[in-house]
Write a protein that binds this ligand. Structure first.
Ligand code: NAD
Length: 681
């Protein structure tokens, strides 16, 4: 099913969904679903059949396409009512949706399908707007809804999504003059006879809810501002965030490795400085979308914004223990014999007053969206507290949704994570040659990649090629300058929460005999390669230590470290220093689970800036061959007679770091097609 071969009613549905889904005040990322009922001629019978096109499980309204829709024969769906055995058995209805599907393909129907299918109106929107959820989570939400809309918008007390909620919607939508309903603790559903009508109604309800909150809210919904928790100045805040982030990532990764996202928006910082922040944070979020991503509640640090970092970290670990014990108790309180196993007791959101919010997920997008959802939750709490008292759905219901067997099945359906999923790699010299191939290979293996190199626009281009900010960032970083490295590492940590894997690859070459090598040529090569590798390792070691997640360091050395070609005293001895550093750091960092290995490539002409920038010409002259034949020349003097490519080095980096060699450290692998003189011994 493509976007063009669907009936007009479905095209209208897709256009409406994309409009609604791209406005964050209308619905959060991935939240809500929309539908249209369209009658077509059935290819199977030649008779008219009414179809329900409804957003399938997963996916996002903002980018919804025809392929993301589930297509069901509505008559058959409605008939399921005959086999419905009551609320205790409503989960079994989801399996029956498959028996109502029309034709092949189509997305899997979501648990919200009955809310669309049982309503008789042709178009239905179910959305998660902050302004409406604020009313849905207000202690006297029902009264407020009546006050704003009279009977035109109904109130439905909290009900888990499913058949029962669909039946409630069917009943309400049949009433004259009712255009939609506020779902207690959850969100909004509206209906209409045309796509324009439902869209106009959804937007009107959201606008009127917002206007009401604006007009009626008390001046300070979150209470008095506490100056002792006011934000640090921007530079100090970012420095503090980068200092804490690896510790927080360690805490968030206690059960499984997580990637982080940092936000210090005004909304977050203001909330954290307010009198009611502590109590509200402990009440947790309400809309299922919110708490599935943010966990029942965040971990809130209660240290002063500028407290010494050791004090903050010590307190963090106390709070972590409390958090984990509480989560375990929550699980034990509510679990039943059918509950899936506990999924880990680590927080997904950590709030640090005066600094910001740190959110975590199995990948960057999940981490970012969890943070966005907590901002939604802050908006909801502010709205509710402004006109009433924030009253989220109760804990037992949150548990029922979090450990819902249907939710568990959704998690089980997710594809197996890639080998480097959740890991954060920093590749120096990542904009060209071996570094670029390595950055590509690590990103393809699921890692988040920090591409560090000298030229801002080049690193940005590579990061964009690798998939943009949810996958990679480009950072201008000269490894010969320790201040630039410190600033780059800070940026990298703020981007993803830490670093697990470092590839010291940046390099240049200035070949020459003893007589021809100038002092500055010697110094520059040493500054970039051995000293640059040392500076980067030194800057990242505290990050690795704070995370407590082990890690990998790979130095891209050279065959020249073992067997040097002629007239190359500075470069080759610099490479030997880099190679020896592998053994020294392997011994030193083993204690924190960091493996340190090296790679000795040789003769990589293709894609190498080093060769293109004069070194190729000089080597060709030394060996007496034409420059364009240099790659082949190198291949011919090897055992395997294969030309060595940047991708071969990248493969070696992946193999060294993806868990294939979990107990290997201090190793240097030749990637040179076999140069006997450079065999390791
Ligand atoms: P390349 O020139 O294509 O890439 C090197 C990258 O490092 C460039 O993007 C460059 O801008 C960057 N760089 C240089 N100085 C830097 C600095 N101070 N800070 C940050 N980045 C810096 O070269 P390549 O062939 O891909 O080489 C990569 C590494 O592999 C080098 O360390 C090189 O010595 C080593 N190596 C290459 C070969 C080969 O045959 N190409 C053989 C053995 C070892």
């Amino acid at each position: 099913m493509t976007d063009t071969d669907v009936p007009q009613g479905v095209r209208d549905l897709l256009a409406r969904s994309n409009r609604l889904g791209s406005d964050p005040t209308v619905t959060n990322y991935g939240g809500g679903n929309t539908s249209a009922k369209v009658t077509v001629t059935s290819p199977a019978s030649g008779e008219p059949v009414e179809l329900l096109y409804v957003k399938g499980s997963g996916g996002d309204l903002g980018t919804l396409k025809a392929a993301g829709l589930a297509v069901l024969e509505r008559g058959r769906l409605v008939e399921l009512d005959r086999v419905y055995r009551g609320v205790e058995h409503e989960d079994e209805m989801v399996d029956l949706f498959a028996f109502c599907s029309h034709g092949p393909g189509g997305a899997a129907p979501s648990i919200d399908t009955p809310m669309h299918g049982l309503v008789d109106h042709a178009h239905v929107d179910h959305l998660h707007p902050d302004a409406v959820i604020a009313l849905a989570c207000a202690a006297d939400g029902e009264k407020l809804v009546k006050e704003i809309w009279g009977g035109a918008v109904a109130w439905v007390p909290w009900k888990r999504p499913g058949w029962e909620l669909g039946k409630a919607m069917r009943e309400l939508s049949a009433k004259d003059g009712v255009i939609g309903a506020v779902l207690g603790g959850h969100g909004l559903t509206a209906w209409g006879s045309t796509s324009e009508e439902v869209e106009e109604r959804s937007l009107r309800i959201i606008r009127e809810a917002g206007e009401y909150l604006e007009r009626e809210s008390t001046a300070e919904p979150f209470g008095a501002y506490d100056d002792a928790r006011s934000p640090l100045a921007l530079a100090a805040r970012r420095a503090r965030a980068a200092e804490l982030f690896p510790h927080l990532r360690g805490v968030a990764s206690r059960d499984s490795r997580q990637v982080g996202h940092f936000t210090d928006s005004d909304v977050v910082l203001d909330f954290l400085a307010r009198e009611k922040a502590y109590d509200l944070v402990h009440l947790g979020t309400s809309c299922p979308d919110h708490f599935l991503r943010t966990k029942v509640r965040p971990l809130l640090l209660d240290t002063a914004p500028d407290a010494p970092v050791e004090t903050v970290v010590a307190r963090l670990h106390e709070l972590e223990e409390e958090y984990r014990a509480e989560y375990q108790a929550y699980y034990d309180r509510h679990r039943t014999d059918d509950s899936p196993a506990m999924r880990g007791a680590a927080p997904a959101i950590v709030l640090v007053p005066g600094v910001g919010m740190f959110s975590f997920g199995a990948d960057k997008q999940t981490a970012r969206v969890a943070g966005e959802f907590y901002v939604n939750a802050i908006n909801v709490m502010r709205g509710a507290e402004g006109v009433s008292t924030y009253a989220p759905v109760d804990e037992a219901e949150k548990f029922a949704v979090e450990y819902w067997i249907l939710e568990e099945r959704k998690l089980q359906r997710r594809p197996k994570p890639k080998e480097h999923a959740g890991r954060i790699a920093l590749v120096t010299g990542g904009a060209s040659g071996i570094g670029l191939a390595t950055a590509r290979a690590l990103a393809a293996a699921g890692a988040n990649v920090v591409v560090a190199d000298l030229d801002q626009s080049k690193v940005e281009d590579v990061a964009a090629e690798l998939g943009g900010s949810d996958r990679a960032v480009g950072i201008k970083m000269d490894v010969s300058d320790e201040n630039a490295v410190a600033a780059g590492v800070l940026e990298a940590v703020l981007a993803f929460g830490g670093i697990d894997l470092i590839v010291n690859n940046a390099g240049i070459t200035r070949a020459g005999s003893l007589r021809d090598t100038a002092f500055e040529d010697w110094d520059l090569q040493y500054k970039i390669m051995p000293r640059g590798s040392f500076v980067v390792a030194k800057a990242i070691e505290p990050v690795l230590r704070a995370q407590g997640l082990g890690g990998d360091l790979v130095n891209i050395c050279s065959k020249n470290a073992v067997f040097a070609g002629p007239d190359n005293v500075a470069y080759s001895s610099a490479k030997a220093a880099q190679a020896h550093m592998v053994r020294l750091l392997a011994a030193e960092l083993g204690g924190i689970g960091v493996r340190v290995n090296g790679i000795n490539p040789d003769g990589i002409v293709k894609g190498s800036g080093i060769f293109a920038g004069g070194w190729g010409a000089s080597r060709a002259k030394t060996y007496g061959v034409a420059e364009e034949d240099l790659g082949k020349y190198y291949a011919q003097r090897t055992v395997l007679k294969e030309e060595v490519l940047p991708e071969h080095v990248a493969l070696a980096v992946v193999a060294l770091t993806n868990g294939t060699l979990p107990v290997t450290t201090g190793l240097i692998i030749p990637v040179d097609s076999g140069v006997p003189q450079a065999f390791m011994r």
